[in-house]
Design a protein around this ligand. Structure first.
Ligand SMILES: [Ca+2]
Ligand SMILES: [Ca+2]
Length: 471
């Protein structure tokens, strides 16, 4: 902390909250702290926002530039004592555990551990507030097998169960063991159905691939920037038949489809006259984050592929830097390699994470006709003056290239959490509540033990109270 900031912080501490308000609105004296979320997570390792993720600046901030704090953030700043921000923050946080800074009826520490925002009165779980009568708390009171069966049929078979199916399910099912076996047989049946393999999985990944029909391979106006069907086929292939889901980021192959829907792996490059092929050598490939469509739609014409790295981080690790998630600043960054002014305070808090996350993607072409998505080690020096290929970092770890980026990524809890959340939202249509998230944690933590199979993940999801609990 600079001497100026230390003075500001002392002024806040001794001046109380109203005094703090005056000081904090002076940008010269106070700034958003990108290290805040990681220190908060070290202090509250069991907070849901810290499990398989890095926390978010919005716990304390309403804005990082100009820096603005919510009521909780202001209270925290008022508690900061001597020493650096990082060393005094844990004590400051703990001092406010029993306080209800946003006056929504739930104490700060309880909010952090339940996954709601202690600085936002509109964000609280109603059953946590004391004015709410105890119960009905969403706690297990049994499991409704028929309810789960209906959800399985709709989510994975794309339809309601038929009268005959329900009758068969009920017939002679005198024990929960029998119902359990029948339920999981239905899961296997639906996950193997053409509806799930061809339609459901496409829907599941739409937001991550971001197809744009107007410029896809079947462009009605003849402007083609890439063919996202490669992306859909790869996703569907990896997510079926108990394959290793880490191939979402590690696949060095492509996938074709026959007319009967059979997906087949193909090796090497896929040549094409325009941008519809896959031009990368296998050693430059990293699954969904190195398809030619991925570079076309994200890098586009930019020299510095910040959007590309941000999308890889958001889509496959579940952290959205634009929403101040996954901030993991690197010392000396951003160095502003392309003179975009990202070292200015309003940009630096995100770009100290984003820029070093992006450098490894620089050698991959964006939209460039027949060269779309090619790997060109000289691209950086061609496109960025004074390019020196600075080191790339993912979650604070140095990585050598995009392949290494992907290998680090699939080893993080964030990768497994993101997959489990993707399946949860698809099946239940909402974000997990605190108790559901706690349950879901056991689902994603079993992924490695289950051989990294998406189908096994669905079976575990079906077993949760969130999926089939009686309500
Ligand atoms: Ca509160
Ligand atoms: Ca709250």
């Amino acid at each position: 902390m600079t001497r100026t900031n230390a003075r500001a912080v002392r002024a806040i501490r001794f001046g109380g909250l109203l005094g703090a308000l005056g000081v904090l609105t002076t940008p010269m004296l106070a700034a958003a702290r990108p290290t805040g979320p990681s220190v908060l997570c070290e202090t509250y390792p069991d907070a849901p926002q810290c499990s398989g993720s890095l926390g978010t600046c919005s716990t304390c901030h309403t804005s990082t530039w100009p820096p603005a704090w919510n009521g909780y953030g202001l209270a925290v700043m008022a508690q900061i004592g001597e020493g650096t921000f990082e060393t005094s923050l844990p004590t400051a946080l703990r001092a406010l555990d029993a306080i209800d800074s946003d006056e929504d009826g739930v104490a700060n520490a309880d909010e952090l551990l339940l996954g709601t925002n202690p600085g936002d009165p509109g964000d609280a779980w109603p059953w946590c507030a004391p004015e709410t009568p105890t119960g009905p708390v969403p706690v297990a009171s049994g499991y409704d097998f028929e309810r789960a069966l209906r959800r399985i049929a709709i989510t994975y078979c794309g339809r309601q169960p038929t009268y005959d199916e329900l009758a068969t399910f009920r017939a002679g099912a005198t024990s929960s063991e029998v119902q359990y076996e029948r339920l999981h047989a239905a899961v296997d049946l639906c996950l193997g159905s053409p509806t799930w393999r061809r339609v459901g999985l496409r829907r599941l990944v739409d937001a991550r691939i971001r197809p744009i029909g107007a410029v896809g391979a079947s462009s009605p106006v003849g402007i083609v920037i890439g063919d996202y069907e490669w992306d859909y086929r790869l996703f569907r292939y990896v997510m079926t038949d108990d394959r290793d889901v880490r191939d979402l980021l590690l696949a060095d192959y492509h996938v074709t489809e026959s007319s009967d829907g059979t997906l087949t792996r193909v090796e090497g490059r896929v040549p094409a006259a325009g941008p519809t092929g896959q031009p990368l050598d296998p050693e430059r490939r990293a699954g969904m984050i190195t398809t030619s469509w991925f570079f076309a739609i994200n890098t586009m014409f930019s020299a510095m592929p910040r959007t590309t790295a941000a999308q890889a981080y958001r889509a496959w690790l579940g952290m959205d830097i634009a929403r101040l998630e996954g901030i993991s600043p690197i010392e000396g960054e951003p160095r502003d390699v392309d003179q975009r002014g990202v070292t200015q305070a309003q940009c630096a808090s995100c770009h100290s994470t984003l820029d070093p996350l992006s450098y490894a993607f620089v050698p991959y072409e964006g939209i460039a006709g027949g060269r779309t998505g090619v790997y060109d080690p000289l691209r950086g020096s061609r496109r960025i003056e004074g390019w020196s290929a600075p080191p790339t970092y993912l979650l604070g770890e140095p990585v050598t290239d995009v392949r290494d980026w992907a290998e680090h990524a699939v080893g993080t809890e964030a990768f497994a959490r993101n997959l489990a959340l993707m399946m949860f939202r698809d099946a239940l249509g909402h974000e997990p509540s605190p108790s559901e998230l706690a349950e879901l944690r056991t689902v994603w933590r079993a992924l490695e033990r289950d051989g990294w199979s998406a189908n096994r993940l669905v079976h575990r999801l079906v077993d949760t109270q969130a999926f089939g609990g009686a309500r």
